[in-house]
Design a protein around this ligand. Structure first.
Ligand code: NAD
Length: 285
């Protein structure tokens, strides 16, 4: 990667806009693509606003924020987003078929040496890599929500990921100031597997009337020093996103631990997806 590395972010939702902000403030010229025009526009605006907020809080300098703003731009398709990119981070919906479609197009148009990273929370990076003509360049870079603030990037090594791709992904995460946990590709990796098991059990406890969501969260926050209880965290991540991950882990790993409770399905069907829609296990003003 040269002195002014270039990156593309595919998907400008909850994670995509945060990853775009993080890349831009870390010096990457960053192009963002989302097929939904309102999501693209909103995502770019949030990434730019995020830079200003980070500067106001003293997390980055005013100059970094100003420069970061000039580094972010919107792209009309995957080819335009990935032109000249050293690193592409896919942050589209948690659906393997859709991610395969995105990666096939990406392999048609991205620079030969580009690192092709997915931000999937759970899906098989090996299966995704196998469906593309450039499997050695595919790797998981699992950021956490919100990406500029959370310290960790989980780097997921597919069976096919080359040592050069792994080294480049690690270097990019380090440039973004992140701590790295490297895992072999396995459903839910190290983080989502444990996080989802806890969240599904917490939702079952709400269903059974064991305690209110607020008290279940307080039990984990005050009793176990978790910074955020599992239901608040589910609202932050998105109930739809967590349901998709739970369904996948349930299919892949079996047993009762990941089976999505009916309450989660009902809330998702009702459009109560958490903070992004104003209501989940809590209401947001
Ligand atoms: P989201 O629903 O907020 O955003 C997804 C975006 O992808 C939407 O804006 C959508 O318009 C866009 N999109 C749809 N089709 C696309 C395509 N063909 N190409 C590019 N973009 C497309 O979802 P999210 O919460 O940002 O999650 C994105 C990914 O990140 C998922 O794989 C998810 O599992 C993972 N992830 C989410 C979190 C979290 O806390 N939400 C944390 C870590 C990882």
């Amino acid at each position: 990667m040269d002195a002014t590395p270039k990156a593309a972010v595919l998907g400008a939702g909850t994670m995509g806009h945060g990853i775009a902000q993080l890349l831009a403030q870390s010096g990457f010229v960053t192009r963002v693509y989302d097929p939904v025009p309102a999501a693209l526009e909103g995502g770019i605006a949030k990434a730019r606003a995020g830079l200003k907020i980070a500067a106001a809080k003293g997390k980055i300098s005013e100059e970094t924020a100003r420069e970061g703003e000039t580094r972010i731009s919107a792209a009309t398709d995957i080819a335009a987003a990935s032109a000249g990119a050293d690193l592409v981070v896919e942050a589209g919906p948690e659906q393997l078929a859709l991610k395969i479609e995105i990666f096939r197009e990406l392999c048609r148009v991205a620079p030969e040496q580009a690192v092709l990273a997915t931000n999937t929370s759970s899906l098989s990076v090996t299966e995704l890599a196998a469906a593309t003509p450039r499997p050695a360049q595919v790797v998981g870079m699992h950021f956490f929500n919100p990406p500029p603030a959370m310290k960790l990037v989980e780097i997921v090594r597919a069976e096919q990921t080359s040592p050069a791709t792994l080294a480049a992904a690690r270097a990019a995460a380090t440039r973004m100031g992140k701590e790295i946990v490297e895992v072999r590709d396995s459903p839910g990796f190290a983080s989502s597997r444990l996080g989802i098991a806890l969240a599904m059990e917490a939702i079952r406890m709400v269903e059974e009337g064991v305690a209110s969501p607020a008290d279940i969260d307080r039990a984990m926050e005050l009793g176990y020093a978790h910074p955020m209880g599992p239901l608040k965290l589910t609202d932050l991540v998105g109930l739809d996103v967590r349901l998709a991950i739970a369904e996948y882990l349930d299919r892949e790993l079996g047993g009762h631990r990941f089976h999505p409770p009916q309450l989660l399905r009902r809330l998702v069907r009702a459009g109560k997806l958490g903070r992004k829609t104003g209501e989940g296990f809590y209401k947001y003003g």
